[in-house]
Write a protein of this length. Structure first.
Length: 218
């Protein structure tokens, strides 16, 4: 079967084995194969691809269906590869965020939030917002359901992430559902920018936050 492209170049493709032949085309390697099939698919869809059939070439329609199946499979694999790369990138960002918050010290105890299981790697979620900006969602678990320092812990998370993250982001911090008796009220407080700013104007509260977020070797 002959495929005549818009530039009048002719591609002879034995459609009984299209996938194998595509990888063996002159000057085409793995990456070029995908590009060739993608270009072919576009021209098939837009009607700019002409198919010529010789007298001894029967079953053109069946062979075109085979080719279409190969092209669709290439697109599916390409999308899958992009999704895998995106997922991996979000996981790397989440680990970067966790590395910032895990060393925050508890306001009462001589332990870090990581040591007390207040935060874990699984409590961090990162979503791509586009334009190199990310949405960070953190769900932390107070040590006891009636913890009076939950709001302060949330404030520490807010302050350290805003100071330390090197990329553009939006931040949402919540108490893990079912781990605190007043989680809704606490969630509202720690995500209210005006309340956070007002809290950091209090010298006593600011001193406590600084003690919690400052690294041991700072």
């Amino acid at each position: 079967m002959h495929f005549i492209f818009r530039n009048q170049e002719k591609l002879v493709l034995p459609v009984d084995r299209p996938a194998i032949h595509c990888c063996c085309l002159s000057g085409v390697r793995k990456r070029g194969c995908v590009a060739a099939l993608a270009a072919l698919a576009v021209q098939v869809r837009t009607g700019t691809l002409k198919v010529t059939q010789s007298d001894d070439d029967d079953g053109v329609r069946d062979k075109m269906e085979i080719l279409s199946s190969v092209v669709n499979k290439v697109f599916q694999l390409s999308r899958l590869s992009k999704n895998v790369q995106r997922t991996r990138r979000m996981e790397e960002k989440a680990l970067e965020v966790y590395d910032v918050i895990r060393t925050i010290r508890d306001p009462e105890k001589p332990n870090t939030l990581e040591e007390l299981d207040v935060v874990t790697e699984k409590c961090v979620e990162v979503q791509d917002l586009g334009d190199d900006e990310y949405l960070i969602i953190i769900r932390f678990s107070p040590t006891v359901p009636h913890c009076s320092l939950a709001t302060l812990i949330g404030l520490c998370l807010q302050v350290k992430l805003q100071r330390c993250l090197p990329f553009k982001h939006k931040l949402e911090i919540y108490i893990t559902e079912g781990t605190h008796s007043t989680e809704e009220d606490v969630n509202k407080q720690i995500n209210d920018k005006e309340r956070v700013a007002a809290a950091m104007e209090n010298p006593n509260l600011r001193e406590i936050v600084e003690q919690c977020v400052t690294e041991p070797d700072d």
